[in-house]
Design a binder for this molecule. Structure first.
Ligand code: PLP
Length: 379
């Protein structure tokens, strides 16, 4: 089955009770048993729920995995991966991480004796310098948020395999429409489903997808034991959202390209970060690894003028000034004061998140209206 069919049918079955074409919302906590232990595969909804299971099967299908797990948020999914570790273990991670991931690693898991190394991974070999006998996990985000650095998953997976480490990839920005990390050698794919997979800015959810049965067992155990699951209503909404993932992504990419090119030619804009631009430092890796370049575009104003950047985001009318990304509607964000405010200024600026950086989540509206809005806001 090809990707554009999997988003609609992958891992899905008509409901056996009445043949409902859409997965029903099983809004129930528990399931009747005929005799103790005599049930139809479902006992309690933290452990299993038919609506959530249908969604988990869909996740596994679109990422070419074998097992999908759905959580109450992207961070809950990351949290479950970190629970595979023990005090004393070490993690090598990309340095321009999503702010919430950085916060979880440094403010929660460092307290439990886990050590993190945050490094640029432009050159995969650099990872070798940070691997010790205690290293257990490599955590990669690509493209990164908000600088759009693209990291070569295949090369990193070779290093992970050579050192017997798990490789987890946060695939939130790319989605499986653009890249499938398990095919490139990753062990775990993580999603903030809140973003493109849900696609309509109405659900907070996370997911993990894996191929390996033993790894899946461990993660299912953590999912049930820690309990950070999502509910059946939200599962239903995301099952519905997934069905249009491929058509939404196609338009996100088209609009992203048009806006990146428009900004790149704008006299008041200093620099545009979009992996599809030929002068993007990782353009070649992006071309090899991704099917297209996505709808996330960051840019810096001429002279890195903070006030100018704030004026632009305030002036935008069609782009809503808001956190988050990946919905059908266009959003603009100011990472330094919004999504990345939890990262210290000097750490932030080292990775390019300067005070005038603006991040756009380009939606699927008519491109003429989006460009007209940028035009009036930038002047
Ligand atoms: C939003 C986001 C997360 C966190 O997901 P939540 O659903 O907000 O918990 C993690 N990684 C990336 C890249 C994100 O954009």
């Amino acid at each position: 089955m090809k990707f554009n069919t999997k988003t609609i049918h992958g891992g899905q079955h008509h409901d056996p009770a009445y043949g409902a074409v859409m997965q029903p919302i099983y809004q129930t906590t528990t399931y009747a048993q005929s005799t103790p232990g005599g049930h139809k595969g479902y006992e309690y909804s933290r452990t299993h729920n038919p609506t959530r299971n249908a969604l988990e099967n869909a996740f596994a299908s679109i990422e070419n995995g074998k097992h999908g797990l759905a959580f109450g948020s992207g961070l809950a999914a990351i949290d479950a991966v970190l629970k595979l570790l023990q005090p004393g273990d070490e993690v090598v991670s990309t340095n321009d991480l999503y702010g919430g991931t950085y916060r979880l690693f440094t403010k929660i898991y460092e307290n439990f004796g886990i050590k993190f190394h945050f490094i640029g991974m432009d050159n995969a070999d650099k990872i070798n310098d940070y691997i010790t006998p205690n290293t257990k996990l490599i955590w990669v985000e690509t493209p990164t948020n908000p600088m759009m650095n693209v990291i070569d998953i295949k090369s990193i997976s070779a290093i992970a395999k050579a050192n017997n480490l798990l490789l987890a990839v946060d695939n939130t920005f790319a989605t499986p429409y653009l890249q499938q990390p398990l095919e490139l050698g990753a062990d775990i794919v993580m999603h903030s489903v809140t973003k493109y997979l849900s696609g309509h800015s109405d659900v907070v959810m996370g997911a993990l997808i894996v191929k390996d049965n033993a790894l899946a067992e461990k993660l299912y155990f953590i999912q049930n034991a820690s309990g950070a699951i999502c509910g059946p209503q939200d599962s239903f909404l995301v099952l519905r959202g997934l069905k249009t993932l491929h058509v939404r992504m196609q338009r996100h990419c088209e609009n992203g390209k048009a806006i990146a090119e428009y900004l790149n030619n704008h006299p008041k804009i200093e620099k545009v970060y979009w992996p599809g631009l030929k002068d993007h430092p990782n353009h070649d890796v992006a071309k090899a690894q991704m099917n297209d370049f996505g709808g996330m575009v960051s840019f810096v104003t001429k002279g890195n003028n903070y006030k100018e950047a704030i004026k632009i985001v305030e002036n935008l009318k069609l782009f809503t000034l808001a956190e988050s990304l990946g919905g059908v509607e266009s959003l603009a964000g100011h990472p330094a004061s919004m999504t990345h405010a939890s990262i210290p200024k000097e750490e932030r600026e080292k990775t390019g998140v300067v005070d005038s950086l603006i991040r756009l989540s380009v939606g699927i509206e008519d491109i003429d209206d989006l460009i007209a809005d940028l035009q009036q806001a930038i002047g």
